[in-house]
Design a protein around this ligand. Structure first.
Ligand code: HEC
Ligand code: HEC
Ligand code: HEC
Ligand code: HEC
Ligand code: HEC
Ligand code: HEC
Ligand code: HEC
Ligand code: HEC
Ligand code: HEC
Ligand code: HEC
Ligand code: HEC
Ligand code: HEC
Length: 266
């Protein structure tokens, strides 16, 4: 055998061996992949399996690893075994949003939701009513993003995180009893509000009424100014017509004799 021929043979042999090994390797891997089930993943990806186990929610109960990851590297390219969300989630406004992973930061724990940036539109795919209120009753809150207040999903923020109280004794639940958060300037209240709350701003009236010796002293501000801030009742609403017509004709206004609702004279 001359040298070139010998070389040719060796190269040929090495080639066949490589081809044989390559195919053989590939074949066994294909076999493995065909048999790879969700039970196998834990051997090499324990962290992910534990995440799904603990916080997979319906990604644990309704789907399995292999429903989402079809095939495995190197047989199937890495990019191709990562599923797009819209393969399974489509047909609702919420599923038209961009960047699902911006909020659902880990597909293995899909209800771990993080809010980043200023969010409003995305919330409206599920909550329309609050935005409706914010729009219909414009206030400084209308200009805020939803997650300026709700920094974490379902969190209810305390008003006192951003505001001072009108008086030291007012608690957070009191704020809500007068100001609905999505229309804070539509101020309504119940019958339980103590005079000191109104007196926080109307301190002059609060003082005058407090010193008064008539039966009006015993009434609360909200007994007379019912339900809605700014309401001015008339004396007749409660007292009807207590005096003879002739007298009223001469002195048409009650306060001509009784001075003032808060500083009543008898
Ligand atoms: C024998 C160990 C082994 C088993 C079993 C295994 N994997 Fe893997 N997996 C790996 C290795 C190693 C890589 C990295 C491959 C690479 O970087 O080329 C990988 C990569 C992946 C990737 C891509 C990761 C990336 O970086 O994008 C996914 C997804 C994946 N595996 C899912 C699974 C699932 C689902 C199962 C169970 C059905 C599973 N694996 C079973 C070893 C394994
Ligand atoms: C609902 C679909 C879905 C299910 C179910 C799912 N995955 Fe994934 N998985 C994904 C997506 C999407 C990514 C890409 C995440 C990314 O790019 O950050 C991913 C990434 C991975 C990765 C690579 C990144 C990492 O976190 O290490 C591995 C490994 C993996 N999955 C394994 C599994 C295993 C094991 C299971 C079952 C216990 C499983 N997956 C169940 C959708 C899923
Ligand atoms: C292979 C199909 C499949 C893929 C891909 C998939 N999901 Fe799901 N997902 C489901 C099923 C099935 C459910 C349960 C029924 C439902 O809510 O529609 C679900 C439920 C969810 C839930 C609610 C979980 C719960 O317990 O309430 C969220 C959030 C979610 N998916 C987000 C995503 C995101 C984000 C992606 C992309 C990273 C994604 N899914 C990809 C099949 C899938
Ligand atoms: C702005 C943040 C945000 C973005 C972006 C987002 N989601 Fe959601 N998603 C949520 C919140 C919040 C929930 C409610 C979770 C709950 O009920 O506890 C939710 C719930 C879900 C659910 C379960 C409820 C349902 O309607 O079936 C699925 C599925 C889901 N998202 C998929 C997606 C997909 C797919 C995308 C991308 C197209 C996406 N999400 C983008 C915040 C977001
Ligand atoms: C995919 C739908 C979905 C999206 C998107 C969504 N939510 Fe929700 N949200 C829900 C569901 C479902 C509940 C639970 C309702 C219940 O318990 O009655 C909820 C509850 C809430 C609650 C608590 C309600 C309560 O009664 O305690 C707040 C606050 C809230 N969401 C704010 C937001 C904000 C802010 C965004 C946007 C950053 C948002 N949500 C995005 C579905 C969604
Ligand atoms: C100024 C802060 C603030 C802003 C901005 C805000 N919220 Fe709220 N939200 C609250 C507070 C406080 C509550 C609790 C109300 C209660 O307990 O009566 C609440 C309650 C909710 C609830 C529970 C149901 C309800 O109406 O009581 C949902 C849902 C909600 N907000 C969604 C949103 C969405 C969506 C946006 C943006 C369009 C938004 N919020 C903007 C403070 C805010
Ligand atoms: C994330 C911060 C934040 C939270 C939480 C918050 N607010 Fe505000 N609020 C603001 C900002 C900012 C303004 C505008 C500047 C100012 O008046 O301080 C405002 C303004 C107001 C105004 C005046 C509105 C106007 O248009 O003049 C009222 C009333 C109000 N807030 C009540 C509340 C009440 C009640 C709560 C709790 C339910 C609350 N706020 C929770 C940030 C917040
Ligand atoms: C008894 C009802 C009542 C209660 C309780 C109440 N407020 Fe007010 N608040 C008002 C009224 C009335 C105004 C003035 C509205 C106007 O100027 O027309 C006001 C105004 C505001 C303003 C606008 C700026 C200002 O000071 O004039 C903020 C902010 C505010 N309240 C926050 C709060 C917070 C926070 C709480 C809880 C600690 C709270 N309020 C409790 C009735 C109330
Ligand atoms: C945070 C301060 C604040 C609090 C608390 C407050 N008010 Fe006022 N109130 C005002 C301001 C400012 C005005 C004048 C602005 C206007 O005309 O709306 C006003 C106006 C009024 C008016 C007169 C409206 C008119 O026609 O002139 C009445 C009546 C009134 N308040 C009653 C109350 C009662 C009752 C309470 C307690 C439930 C209360 N206020 C709590 C700030 C407050
Ligand atoms: C007995 C019923 C009654 C009680 C109690 C009462 N008010 Fe009045 N208030 C009135 C009447 C009636 C008017 C209307 C006077 C008018 O139109 O000339 C009025 C007017 C007002 C006004 C408008 C400005 C003014 O001086 O005319 C304010 C502000 C006010 N009240 C606040 C209060 C506050 C704060 C309290 C509690 C400290 C309170 N009121 C308790 C009946 C009452
Ligand atoms: C929201 C109802 C209400 C309004 C408005 C109201 N009052 Fe009265 N007033 C009362 C009540 C209740 C009493 C106590 C009656 C009793 O105990 O017999 C009272 C008592 C009086 C008394 C007797 C005082 C005493 O000590 O014996 C006079 C006088 C009086 N009111 C005048 C007025 C005048 C004038 C106005 C208008 C400026 C007015 N009231 C507005 C509810 C009201
Ligand atoms: C000309 C003066 C005058 C005018 C105007 C006037 N009152 Fe009187 N009012 C009196 C006198 C005087 C009394 C009796 C005081 C007493 O008995 O101690 C009285 C008593 C009352 C009492 C208490 C009755 C009781 O049984 O104790 C009420 C309530 C009352 N007035 C309401 C009103 C109302 C409402 C108006 C307006 C429609 C009004 N008054 C107009 C002078 C007046």
């Amino acid at each position: 055998m001359n040298l070139p021929k010998k070389r040719f043979l060796i190269v040929g042999l090495v080639f066949s061996l490589l081809i044989f090994l390559g195919y053989g390797n590939a074949w066994t891997q294909e076999q493995q992949v065909a048999q790879l089930t969700s039970q196998d993943c834990i051997k090499c990806h324990p962290k992910v399996v534990h995440q799904v186990e603990e916080k997979g929610a319906r990604h644990k109960t309704e789907v399995s690893c292999v429903d989402c990851h079809e095939g495995h590297p190197p047989m199937v390219a890495k990019e191709e075994i990562i599923p797009k969300c819209d393969v399974c989630h489509s047909g609702e406004p919420h599923f038209e949003l961009k960047n699902c992973a911006g909020c659902h930061s880990n597909p293995h724990t899909p209800l771990d939701i993080k809010f980043k940036g200023k969010i409003k539109k995305a919330c409206l795919t599920c909550h329309k009513e609050e935005q409706q209120q914010l729009k219909t009753y414009p206030s400084a809150h209308t200009k805020l993003a939803c997650n300026d207040c709700h920094t974490v999903h379902k969190e209810i923020p305390p008003c006192l995180r951003c505001h001072e109280s009108h008086t030291a004794e007012m608690k957070n639940k009191d704020c809500l009893s007068c100001h609905p958060p999505h229309k804070p300037l539509v101020i309504t209240y119940g019958t339980e509000v103590p005079n000191s709350y109104c007196g926080a701003c109307h301190y002059d009236i609060g003082d005058i009424l407090d010193k008064n010796k008539t039966k009006h002293h015993d009434l609360t501000c909200v007994y007379c100014h019912r339900n809605k801030h700014g309401i001015r009742p008339t004396c007749e609403t409660c007292h009807g017509a207590p005096h003879p017509k002739e007298m009223v004709a001469k002195f048409p206004q009650c306060i001509m004799c009784h001075t003032d609702a808060h500083d009543l004279t008898k």
